[in-house]
Design a protein around this ligand. Structure first.
Ligand code: AMP
Length: 484
């Protein structure tokens, strides 16, 4: 299959060729002809599959085919959950549409609204937006959506996760009834299906292989380590293996900040990216990381969602995600477009249940190793996993034990939680903020006694690490302990 066979215009084919794409990806081969026909789509595809070009190329083709009557008004609306994804989709639209007489704009919150108003006034054909700021424009009367012909919901599952369903409904109410709808989602919960049912008209369903089955190019590995020694181990791995570009995931924004600070201090240039950072800081961090000025980007799940960084060789789960599917998204940042990638998870005793959930989703066990000098202390008991602001020191991996001055990684006062309060917290879903990062709420894993994950001893290889970095001597070197 070639792009020429898909029926796209010469101007679009030229832009695609300039990108160096030789053939359409599976999602593109399936979606492009259907979108060109004007039909609705329900597509299961994740970032990294080429989905953006899958909807952008035919969307551009359709808009360029027909003239805009009167002034330019928004004829295509692409909604994304995060600012980063909006910016990236905006770049793709500009790139693929560079030879067409179409104008696009990206609008999201966290930046001044006036330049956006001026841009909208000058006339825009394709608008890429996050829901909140889009509605600000609608309520200020600076945006007319009554002539939208094509609506794209990109990463719809994530938009729902982030609590955007009401905003989405408000946006839908602004659109004309007759339009083409394209819904992209990595997962299909009942909520997504309900949204799709109300939105799509006789959609064509398209599904491409999930990255976790397709991405055999990603080598996945678990390193068992104590919660208080994760940062130290991570710094050692980055330094001794000379990783130049690493994306590291933490569960919380606080954890991301503190880990980035720790790594920076250890001489490994690092930046954190999450929903509490200003847009400018996020853009700078991403640009620095892409350029190679920043060696380690520490991110929360939502902030990292949709990041398109070419040839990312290393992804590290500093903490396992609470939601197993997020693991798949995380490792999808590496091993892209057939390249080799490595995804490491630093797993402490608190995370056995999370690991088991992930392995269920993957349908296989992940190889687990223990690095010499970082052997977990069998005396350390599992503790509840904390995401909350107020309780951040209690049970998070890399948490309090070190700050309390213990050198054995143990808490000084046994297990403090596990009370009735834990149970009620366990039954609550994680609360995500406007950027979708988990914070301000507490979730608990089951502990090893109640619901153990049996890692047969044969599953864990102890690996000699062949020398330690200068100034570190295994267990006694505990600079990393203070980082969560
Ligand atoms: P996406 O899934 O849309 O985030 O795209 C992931 C990456 O794949 C981006 O870096 C695109 O530039 C790249 N890409 C998209 N389509 C193709 C293609 N047909 N061949 C090679 N790379 C592509």
């Amino acid at each position: 299959m070639t792009f020429e066979q898909l029926g796209l215009s010469a101007d679009i084919l030229r832009a695609v060729a300039e990108q160096g794409y030789s053939a359409p990806t599976p999602i593109q081969a399936q979606a492009i002809p259907v979108v060109l026909e004007g039909r609705d789509i329900l597509a299961g595809a994740q970032t990294g599959t080429g989905k953006t070009a899958g909807f952008t190329l035919p969307l551009l083709h359709r808009l360029a085919e027909t003239r805009h009557e009167g002034g330019r008004t928004v004829r295509a609306l692409i909604l994304t959950p995060t600012r980063e994804l909006a910016a990236q989709v905006g770049e793709s639209v500009a790139t693929y549409g560079r030879h067409l007489d179409l104008r696009s704009a990206v609008i999201f919150g966290g930046v001044k609204i006036n330049p956006q108003i001026q841009q909208l006034r000058r006339g825009v054909d394709i608008l890429i937006a996050t829901p909140g700021r889009l509605l600000d424009h609608v309520s200020q009367g600076t945006l007319d959506l009554s002539r939208v012909e094509i609506l794209v919901l990109d990463e719809a599952d994530r938009m729902l996760d982030m609590g955007f369903i009401h905003d989405i409904r408000k946006v839908l109410a602004q659109l004309p009834a007759r339009r083409q709808n394209l819904l992209f989602s990595a997962t299909f919960s009942g909520e997504i299906r309900a949204l799709a049912e109300g939105l799509l008209d006789a959609p064509v369903s398209i599904e491409v292989a999930r990255r976790n089955t397709a991405a055999e190019s990603v080598a996945q590995r678990v390193y068992r380590v104590d919660r208080g020694r994760k940062a130290e181990l991570l710094a050692w791995l980055i330094g001794s293996r000379d990783w130049r570009q690493v994306l590291v995931f933490t569960r919380t924004k606080h954890g991301a900040n503190r880990l980035a600070k720790y790594l920076d201090k250890a001489g490994l240039s690092a930046a954190a990216i999450h929903g509490n950072k200003s847009q400018g800081a996020r853009t700078r961090a991403l640009a620095g990381f892409k350029k190679g000025d920043i060696r380690v980007l520490v991110a929360t799940d939502i902030a990292a969602r949709g990041l398109d960084i070419d040839q990312l060789p290393h992804v590290v789960n500093f903490e396992l995600p609470n939601v197993a599917e997020d693991y798949v998204h995380r490792i999808g940042r590496t091993g892209r477009a057939g390249r080799e990638g490595e995804a490491l998870s630093l797993v402490c005793v608190d995370e056995d249940r999370l690991l088991r959930d992930i392995e269920k989703v993957l349908g296989r066990r992940l190889p687990a190793e223990v690095l010499e000098g970082y052997e977990p202390d069998p005396a350390i008991r599992p503790e509840p996993i904390q995401n909350g602001r107020g309780q951040r020191a209690k049970g998070r991996c890399g948490g309090r034990a070190h700050r309390a001055g213990r050198s054995d990684g143990k808490r000084s006062s046994g297990r403090p939680l596990g009370t009735g309060a834990d149970k009620s917290a366990r039954s609550r879903p994680a609360v995500r903020d406007a950027q979708g990062d988990v914070d301000g709420n507490t979730l608990f894993t089951d502990n090893g006694n109640r619901d153990p994950v049996m890692l047969a001893s044969g599953d864990i290889k102890v690996r000699r690490k062949g020398g330690k970095p200068a100034g570190q001597s295994g267990r006694r070197s505990r600079r990393g302990g203070a980082v969560g």
